[in-house]
Structure formats: structure tokens, C-alpha cells
Write a protein that binds this ligand. Structure first.
Ligand code: SF4
Length: 235
């Protein structure tokens, strides 16, 4: 047990991935049929539970607006109303319109052309858009475009802090986010590079699964698949 305590944080995180994979199995993320639906979901899920996002996506589907062409011509006020269930609709609707404006002006309206942009410049471009922080940009890169980019969310931050994998950073701190991304990259560095997109896909989905079941605002460690790691650092 003492040996485990001396394991580097990245190695422990890799083991935690394996424990979660054994406990929960394949997660089959992202819950969307097209790259554009992933992008919509990545915007709409900000500060909102996925169930609320589904209501907005249902509204868009029922209005025939769950595709790029329809959303391009949809009036801003109509878009606000359709996505109202997922909250912050007065901010998210213009942000979605800004994404489409950028796509049309710089990529001839082509998601394929956007997807073909290398990950780093694409990440910078997305983060220069209104309403796009690193988590949204990384979710789009990974789940819409299959770039090998980790996504670090609030659940992963909680797990990393509670397991003392990282020094706690103030909430919303950009360096805190980038440290989590760096730690995740390190955790999977020994895996084949061509597997990284799928590993990052599963890892993020698994951390959401354990976050929802056990590691929310209050930690419910009983029967959590990660309890052995926590017990080892407490010894
Ligand atoms: S619930 Fe407890 S054991 Fe599970 S991930 Fe959170 S802190 Fe770790």
C-alpha cells in the first residue's frame, strides 16, 4: 500500500481510469448524432444539467432547426426561445450565432474545413469566440472533431483535489484547468498516440459518471470505484 502512495499523480490517475472503466464499462459518448449536434450541446451544457440541454435540443429538432443551415437563418430571438430550457439563453444564443458567423466568414461554412484545422490553432480560434472557454473548446475538439485533446471539467477538478493529485486552484482559475489537462495528458502518455482521442473520450465520460454517482458537491465515497486510491493516500 505504501508503494501506491509513492506513485506519481499521473500514474494514479491512469489507474483510476482503469478502475472506473471496470466499474462502469464503455460510455459511448458524446450523446449526439452529428458533429454539429455535439457543438450545440457543448455550448448549451455550460452551467446546466444535460437533461435541460436535451429539452433545448428537442425544441430545436421539433422546429427543424437542429442543423447548420436552419440555425444559420433562424432569427436570434427565436433561437433564444428554443434554447431557453438550458438557461443563459440570452448569452448562449448570440454565442452560437457568433460561432456560425466565424464558420461562414473563415471556413466557407464548412465544418469539415474547421475540423481539418490543427488542434492548437483551432483551440485558440474557438476560445477567441464569445462564450467559449477551454472546457467548451476542448469538448468540441475531442467529441465533434476527434482531436486527441483531454476535457477537464468540474468533476475531474473535484476528484483531483479530493485525491490530492494537484494543489487546489481557485474555482475558474485558468491555470487550474490547464494543470488538469496536463495531468491527464501525462496519465495517458505511455499509451499509443493513435489511441489518445478514444482514451480521452472515455476518461472524461467516466469521470462524469463517477461524479454524478459519487463525487458531487458532497463526496459519497461508500462503494465509490475510486475508494481504494483515497484510502491509500490517507494511510
Ligand atoms: S466520492 Fe470519494 S472516493 Fe469517489 S472519487 Fe470522490 S473523493 Fe474519491
Amino acid at each position: 500500500m505504501k508503494g501506491l502512495r509513492r506513485l506519481a499523480p499521473a500514474k494514479r490517475l491512469r489507474r483510476m481510469h482503469d478502475q472506473l472503466a471496470r466499474a462502469y464499462g464503455p460510455q459511448h459518448w458524446w450523446p449526439a448524432k452529428t458533429a454539429f449536434e455535439v457543438i450545440l450541446g457543448a455550448y448549451l451544457t455550460q452551467n446546466t444539467a444535460w437533461k435541460s440541454v436535451e429539452l433545448s435540443l428537442d425544441n430545436l429538432r421539433n422546429a427543424g432547426a437542429l442543423n447548420l443551415d436552419a440555425l444559420r437563418t433562424l432569427a436570434l430571438e427565436d433561437l433564444k426561445q428554443l434554447i431557453r430550457p438550458s438557461g443563459f439563453h440570452t448569452r448562449k444564443a448570440p454565442a452560437l450565432k457568433a460561432f456560425i458567423a466565424m464558420l461562414d466568414a473563415e471556413f466557407a461554412g464548412s465544418l469539415d474545413a474547421l475540423a481539418a484545422t490543427p488542434a492548437e490553432p483551432l483551440r485558440r480560434r474557438l476560445m477567441a469566440l464569445p462564450g467559449v472557454g477551454p472546457e467548451t473548446a476542448d469538448a468540441i475538439l475531442l467529441y465533434a472533431f476527434k482531436h486527441p485533446v483531454p476535457v477537464a471539467d468540474e468533476y475531474l477538478r473535484r476528484i483531483a483535489e479530493r485525491h490530492r493529485l494537484l494543489t487546489p486552484a481557485p474555482k475558474g482559475n485558468r491555470m487550474g484547468y490547464e494543470s488538469l489537462v496536463h495531468l491527464t495528458r501525462e496519465a495517458f502518455a505511455a499509451d499509443a498516440a493513435e489511441d489518445h482521442a478514444q482514451l480521452f473520450n472515455e476518461f472524461h465520460a467516466l469521470t462524469v459518471a463517477v461524479g454524478k454517482s459519487h463525487c458531487g458537491r458532497t463526496a459519497n465515497c461508500t462503494n465509490c470505484p475510486l475508494i481504494s486510491d483515497l484510502q491509500n493516500i490517507s494511510l
